[in-house]
Write a protein that binds this ligand. Sequence first.
Ligand code: UDX
Length: 435
Amino acid sequence: MKVGIIGLGFVGLSFASVLGSKNHSTLGFDSDKKKSSQIKNGKPPFYEPHLEETLNQALRKGLEITDNIATIVKSCQIIFVTVGTPQGNDGSINLSMVKSAVEEIGKHLKYSKNKPIIVIKSTVVPGTALDVLLPILVSKSRKKPGKDFGLITNPEFLRESMAISDTVNPHAIVLGGTKDRFMNAIKKFYENLHKNTPIIATNNQTAEMIKYTNNSFLATKISFINQISNICQLIPGANVEDVARTIGLDPRIGHLFLNAGPGYGGSCLPKDVAAIINFSNSLGINPLLLNAVKQVNDYQLKHVILTIKRAIGTLKKKRITVLGLAFKPDTDDIRDSVSIKLIQSLLKQGAKIIVHDPKAIENTKNIFKEKISYAESLDDALRKSQCCVIITPWKEYSKINERHLQLMEKRIIVDTRRILNNSKLKMNYYPIGIG
Ligand code: UDX
């Protein structure tokens, strides 16, 4: 079955690259012409481990990039929609990209004999497929759902920095739709692609809800441990690492997503928690727990700033090094990164900022331009620094040694990830979560 993929961001490009590299006939489209031509030339527009080699393999095998949605609608039996659904000002999600992708599909479907399965991978709030997207498809195409096309909701769970391996080996496949031949066909497609992955078939609205439930539960785990971490920090000698490791041994709890830190960031968790809160409010439900998850996360940045102030007093004119800009290691993505918010706040309070990140410097320059200094090496970042704040746990930061500390004007380290906790370095050390 020929596959079309509309939207070549993290999800779409990873999926297109994996399918193409497995010789699967795949057509990719992105409305951003610059991005699309970069991809055609084998250059991913963002950094993601193993993506570049997988993309190039795919381009040699099954993947083609097209500038024309019509070609996809005419020739593909399965059309995946993987465009972004960014956050609006009130926390709701902005459906404009997914709506216009579906509108385009509908327009071309009108003149086509093809009977495709249209699969929504973009994250959308419950009800979107049936109440918003289906009416667009029907009115633009003048065709019948269930007869001329199928509409399936198929949320994606891949993680940035693990996008390729998560695409090759997903933990589950969720398919939301009606029990009909389109559902059977997409099930078969996935059964062939992932031999041992559980496939959950349900309706569209439940599939949409599963995605939000998954991400808001992950966010809840993080906010929970951050709350415990802040309590630990006030108990002399208490250590959140030991607490998390031990409760993680209880199989009912599990050890993943219990790393206390500066709060969750990235393009998904903050956006999805805000969207499900907004959605719940629209239903007349006050989502007390989810509101608290968000509040704890928003507070965590303040907690880091308070810890910095405890370490160095006033921030005015202090030379502060921020290590790590990406929202997590092995990506250059700074969307909703805590580092960026921290720098904005430190600048407001008069600090001088020098930053380092192995991958995310260029993206950060677009935000702060000349307002901060960018270090090319850890040495440059720490030279004459009066305080170093570790935000993103890149591996190389755990190798900070005596020689690095000698470069600093003051040996003060605020470590939001406790990566230097077991070192014997002589420093004034302020780890988050350790009392
Ligand atoms: C997340 C979901 O994990 C993924 O399933 C979904 O498809 C997209 O959103 P991602 O945004 O790539 O993936 O990053 P993730 O690894 O979940 O981390 C999100 C944030 O939480 C990061 O800022 C990370 O530092 C933070 N985090 C994660 C913690 O602070 N502690 C943890 O224990 C885990």
